[in-house]
Design a protein around this ligand. Sequence first.
Ligand SMILES: CC(C)(COP(=O)(O)OP(=O)(O)OC[C@H]1O[C@@H](n2cnc3c(N)ncnc32)[C@H](O)[C@@H]1OP(=O)(O)O)[C@@H](O)C(=O)NCCC(=O)NCCS
Length: 152
Amino acid sequence: MLDDLDQIMAVMATAFDPAWGEAWNRRQVEDALTLGNCHYFLVSPEGKPLTEGEIAAGFSLSRTGYEEEELLLLAVDPQFRRKGLGRSILDALRFAAGARGAKRLLLEMRRGNSAESLYATFGFYAIGERKDYYRTPNGERIDALTFACDID
Ligand SMILES: CC(C)(COP(=O)(O)OP(=O)(O)OC[C@H]1O[C@@H](n2cnc3c(N)ncnc32)[C@H](O)[C@@H]1OP(=O)(O)O)[C@@H](O)C(=O)NCCC(=O)NCCS
């Protein structure tokens, strides 16, 4: 039976294009979760919180700060995309982060990531830009865009 870390890593392996070098390895995820201020959410193929025996279709990983929660990773297995799961994960994150005391969600993404339209329709708005912040495995430099979403 897969444990939750296995489930995260299984989605990670399918969801991220190696061209961008954005996937985390198992050690990075483990270390984040050991810190105690990071949280994950696993979603089922039906867009519900994962229950025992199910295979995850997506996940989020986030980090709690003072009155803020930063989305570190959001991923959906390609075979389950465009069915609203990404949005379901964000809904669950917003609810859980609010319960943890967050007043807003934050995230940073590479310029051009198609996830931007999901973030925009969800209510994220741009708050900053870091020029040439990311470097891809082939050496290309890409700006980072920072977004926030208020939790009412
Ligand atoms: C970003 C990601 C999580 C979206 O997951 P998803 O389950 O397909 O998202 P949803 O089905 O909830 O999308 C909701 C809406 O967001 C927009 N959207 C999502 N993916 C999109 C894409 N590739 N291109 C354009 N719009 C997109 C659409 O408006 C979509 O609604 P629609 O399908 O009715 O048009 C998924 O594409 C993914 O895992 N990408 C790779 C990892 C990544 O880049 N993560 C984000 C940075 S960490």
